[in-house]
Design a protein. Structure first.
Length: 398
């Protein structure tokens, strides 16, 4: 039997058990309900774009309505106009919530609640109207006023750490998804390995298979289930966007998406085998969560470095170090790469170092797995594994 055939047997067995478990069914249903609620509830609560109302004595000036309507189109909100007979009625309309802003001559009444930027837009329109009136009094012709009104504001040049928002969104998304997937699936991997050790199933498997075959098959089976549950989370979003016609992916190039998937695979593989090694150290399944706390702490630290340090200052020395160190690179480098300011050689170096670290984690986890099975009755310490003599008989010596 080849190495791949043996690993495939373990993978198929683990996948069948995961899919048949009650936990998988319950978690999948809960995730589907949560994802559906996250899509449906905001739509029900939002109820369409915000509407602002302007109250005036008589019909509002055309110059004001033209400016306000143009701002509404650009800002994605709606405007409504109400007419009141006098200033007192305009003030009452604003005070009782029938209008957001009221104007009477050179006086403007504003409702404090939910006013937003609308009062500023109305104020600018009034200033523009009064300026045009004064310039006309100074002798300017309508053509000259039109030329003044056509002056464009200066071009805005955005200076920010992120040069491409689409790429930044992809980088942040892969870091977040990897973080959540590791925290959720890592515990399952550790508990699966701990259960097999406690029930002596692993000793039976080691009689015919190598430790690396068992671990890789176990990790891949849990990873497959995790990916299926991530797809369940994405189904309501895909359905909603297909109905509305909006895009659910951030604006980014295909190479950035491929790079994000590569980082996810490398990061998940690296930490998954560390979780598996932690699960092999315990004698009781209930101790698995405590045994993998150091791995969880590294993941949380890497994520915090990514969203706090790297996202805020991608070019700082600490950000560069976090994006190159294998244990933090899967969470930090995608965010830093999204900033658009990463030399290609640093990206390639981080990928190579992380891949080598992942292979090292497979070897380490297999070694820990093989040696930890020979120690029962108490939780295994790492130093105890490497102090034991070789040549022990039984399946654990394979």
């Amino acid at each position: 039997m080849s190495w791949w055939q043996g690993m495939g047997l373990v993978y198929g067995r683990g996948l069948r058990e995961q899919l048949r478990s009650r936990t998988f069914k319950i978690v999948t249903v809960v995730l589907l309900l949560l994802s559906t609620g996250a899509v449906v509830v905001p739509k029900l609560v939002a109820g369409g774009p915000t509407t602002y109302t302007l109250a005036t004595v008589g019909r509002a000036p055309v110059s004001v309505t033209t400016t306000v309507d143009a701002a509404a189109r650009d800002g994605g909100f709606r405007t409504a106009y109400v007419i009141r007979p006098d200033e007192a009625a305009v003030r009452d309309a604003v005070q009782h919530g029938d209008a957001t802003v009221g104007i009477v001559g050179n006086r403007m009444y504003v409702a404090k609640r939910d006013a937003g930027a609308f009062p500023g837009i109305v104020a600018q329109s009034l200033v523009r109207l009064e300026t045009a009136r004064m310039l006309t009094g100074f002798g300017l012709t309508s053509e000259q006023l039109a030329r003044l009104g056509s002056i464009r504001p200066p071009q805005q040049v955005i200076i920010a750490p992120t040069q491409n928002q689409g790429r930044a969104n992809v980088g942040f998304a892969v870091g977040l998804v990897l973080y959540l997937a590791l925290l959720f699936s890592g515990q399952i991997i550790a508990m699966t390995v701990a259960t097999e050790k406690a029930s002596r199933i692993s000793e039976v498997l080691l009689a015919v298979l190598r430790p690396s075959q068992i671990l890789v098959g176990t990790v891949l089976s849990v990873a497959t289930v995790a990916m299926l549950q991530l797809l369940v989370l994405a189904v309501p979003v895909l359905v909603a966007t297909s109905v509305t016609g909006s895009s659910w992916l951030p604006a980014a190039a295909a190479p950035d998406i491929a790079l994000a998937i590569t980082w996810f695979v490398l990061g998940f593989g690296l930490f998954a085998f560390l979780y598996a090694a932690g699960g092999a150290l315990v004698d009781k399944v209930t101790e698995a969560g405590t045994a993998v706390l150091p791995v969880t702490a590294v993941i949380i630290a890497g994520y915090l470095l990514g969203v706090i340090v790297v996202l805020g200052s991608p070019g700082s020395p600490l950000s560069v170090a976090a994006s190159l160190f294998p244990l933090t690179a899967p969470l930090a480098m995608p965010i830093r790469w999204g900033s658009g300011d990463v030399p290609v050689y640093q990206l390639l170096l981080a990928l190579v170092l992380t891949a080598l670290a992942g292979l090292g984690c497979i070897w380490l986890a297999s070694t820990v797995y093989r040696r930890a099975l020979a120690i029962t009755g108490h939780r295994v310490h790492v130093g105890e594994l490497f102090r034991r003599r070789k040549g022990r008989s039984g399946p654990a010596s394979r």
